[in-house]
Design a binder for this molecule. Structure first.
Ligand code: B12
Ligand code: SF4
Length: 478
């Protein structure tokens, strides 16, 4: 069967976060292994709008079209699904990715063009679905129920099939890099300060055992850690280096340092191979997994930068968000990383439900006291998939939530105990106070390589200090 996988462009909001979609890459690998013909429409990267994507689908005669759905892309996704439905009335359209996983029925409701939704990882589901659809099964066929991880319309309701995830993730291979082509992605994808040109993301594990209340990661890939072997990870990096000229790798695991043997195994394999590749961990690692030996090994294997989830300067708030992190270790662990010459970006959240203004101030004070190179102060955003989203929704507090506005530097939600204007002023002041210190500012200026990079930095900074299109007085979420 001919399958087209679409990584949609976010058409409602300008975004700089354009990274090869590894999830679609993995699905492509699985489909090909089963003999299907696959193409990826990198619409986010190539600015391909819905009508053009639909034209590609029709001209190529694709019978199964998969679209990835992030919450904040939902209205864009709908535009792609509608355009494809119009041009390819007989094709089947399947949704996957975070929002489809967290809210499958809502995905059908908001985008009725979808025939199927995949509610967790998608490799085996996509292959079994493509194979079954080749045989033109009758609607509601029993065979559909035998496919794992699937939701489909069934009479007046929906059927959700059984869940099955792949235990041995090495068996999934690598994303189909020849279809993603990481070498032609924007130069400053995830984070604007990078060390080298040509960057690719990589995933070395799936799952996260924690359940922080603001995060939905564990509901996508499960709470059990599944690990890739260091040799296969290094093979993938070597392929990226040799075939696509990639010289910087971004590890995007949920919890890269959780299993010490895993992290050290990968570092040792990279050191042994001398690949001339540097790496950063951009999605946030936990400080409790960091010590001298691991930091030394990380540095020797090419690590130059890590983002660490510190979240709050108040132990009460850390406990409230179920972070399972002791504030007492933060300074010491940051210093360990810095002693080994690794740059640190602190990730902080302001405005968590139940957090007081004084506790937010403690977070800003903590950030200023730490030897970190960069700090991101995100206003709390209740993304579907998180415990806090479920709680706030059940309390009827998300009636005004607009998915299109959901972006961590946007103000899409403010808890009713916080004055939105005060929160905006605090986020602005935190960034100014942090970045306008001479040591920090000069260090960052030294990292600007080009005018285009400077332009991106200025645009992003402007967005951070004046977040949100919405008028602030619209933002009381009572
Ligand atoms: C890497 C990453 C990114 C990358 C790349 C995203 C991408 N295009 O893939 C970048 C940095 C760009 C990114 C950005 C954002 N991200 Co992000 N990101 C992640 C992270 C850490 C890993 C994703 C990943 O690559 N996993 C590995 C691959 C193999 O898995 P996968 O992509 O999920 O794909 C599998 C399944 O989902 C499914 N699948 C996925 N798509 C499809 C499509 C079809 C057709 C099918 C059948 C199956 C399918 O099958 C795949 C293979 O098994 C996740 C956390 C997580 N654990 O998921 C957060 C996560 C997905 N991100 C999240 C968020 C909030 C964001 C941002 C909105 C943050 C922001 N800045 O405001 C932005 C949105 C993007 C934007 N441009 O505005 C949330 C999603 C919440 C939500 N409800 O949408 C997550 C879950 C993190 C969290 N803490 O809650 N992100
Ligand atoms: S914030 Fe990090 S540690 Fe917490 S659940 Fe999400 S991925 Fe896991």
């Amino acid at each position: 069967m001919k399958v087209l996988l679409v990584d949609p462009k976010r058409i409602n909001l300008e975004t700089y976060l354009i990274v090869p979609h590894m999830g679609l890459g993995y699905i492509a690998t699985a489909l090909r292994a089963d003999g299907h013909e696959v193409a990826i429409c990198n619409a986010a990267r190539d600015s391909i709008l819905p009508d053009e994507a639909a034209e590609t689908a029709a001209a190529g005669g694709y019978s199964l079209i998969g679209i990835s759905v992030f919450t904040s892309y939902l209205s864009s996704v709908k535009a792609y699904a509608s355009a494809i439905r119009r041009r390819c009335p007989n094709a089947k359209i399947v949704a996957g990715g975070p929002h489809a996983i967290f809210e499958p029925e809502e995905t059908f409701r908001l985008a009725p063009e979808f025939d199927y939704v995949v509610y967790t990882e998608g490799e085996s589901t996509a292959t079994q679905l493509a194979t079954l659809l080749e045989r033109n099964p009758k609607p509601g066929s029993d065979e559909l129920r035998k496919i794992p991880n699937l939701v489909f319309r069934d009479g007046a309701g929906f059927t959700r099939t059984y869940c099955r995830i792949t235990e041995d993730i090495d068996s999934l291979g690598s994303p189909a890099w020849d279809l993603l082509r990481p070498d032609i992605f924007p130069l400053y994808p995830n984070g604007i300060f990078t060390l080298r040109k040509k960057i690719a993301p990589i995933i070395t594990s799936r799952g996260c055992p924690y359940s922080c209340t603001f995060c939905g990661a564990g509901r996508i890939m499960g709470h059990k850690m599944r690990l890739r072997g260091p040799v296969l990870v290094a093979d993938e990096i070597e392929l990226l280096r040799k075939q696509y000229g990639i010289r910087e790798i971004h590890f995007m695991d949920d919890n890269f340092s959780f299993d010490r043997n895993h992290a050290t195994g990968i570092c040792e394999e990279l050191i042994r191979r001398k690949l001339d590749v540097v790496w950063a961990s951009t999605t946030g690692i936990r400080l409790d997994g960091i010590d001298d030996d691991l930091s030394e090994l990380m540095k020797r294997s090419g690590c130059y930068s890590v983002a660490v989830g510190i979240e709050s300067g108040s132990q009460r708030v850390l406990d409230l968000m179920k972070k399972h992190l002791k504030l007492g270790i933060v300074t010491e662990r940051v210093n360990v990383l810095r002693r080994h010459g690794i740059e640190v970006t602190g990730l902080f959240i302001l405005g968590l439900p139940g957090e007081t203004y004084d506790e937010m101030l403690s977070t800003v004070r903590l950030s200023l006291s730490l030897d970190i190179n960069r700090a991101n102060f995100f206003n709390f955003t209740p993304f579907p998939g998180s415990e806090l989203y479920d709680n706030l929704k059940a309390e009827g507090k998300l009636k005004k939530l607009d998915y299109d506005e959901m972006y961590i530097h946007n103000l899409s939600y403010v808890h009713d105990s916080i004055d939105p204007k005060k929160l905006v002023r605090l986020i602005r002041a935190a960034h100014f106070k942090f970045y306008l210190r001479p040591g920090i500012a000069l260090n960052l200026l030294r990292k600007v390589h080009s005018l285009s990079q400077a332009a991106i930095i200025l645009k992003r900074a402007a967005k951070i200090v004046s977040p949100g299109k919405k008028k602030l007085n619209e933002l009381s979420n009572d």
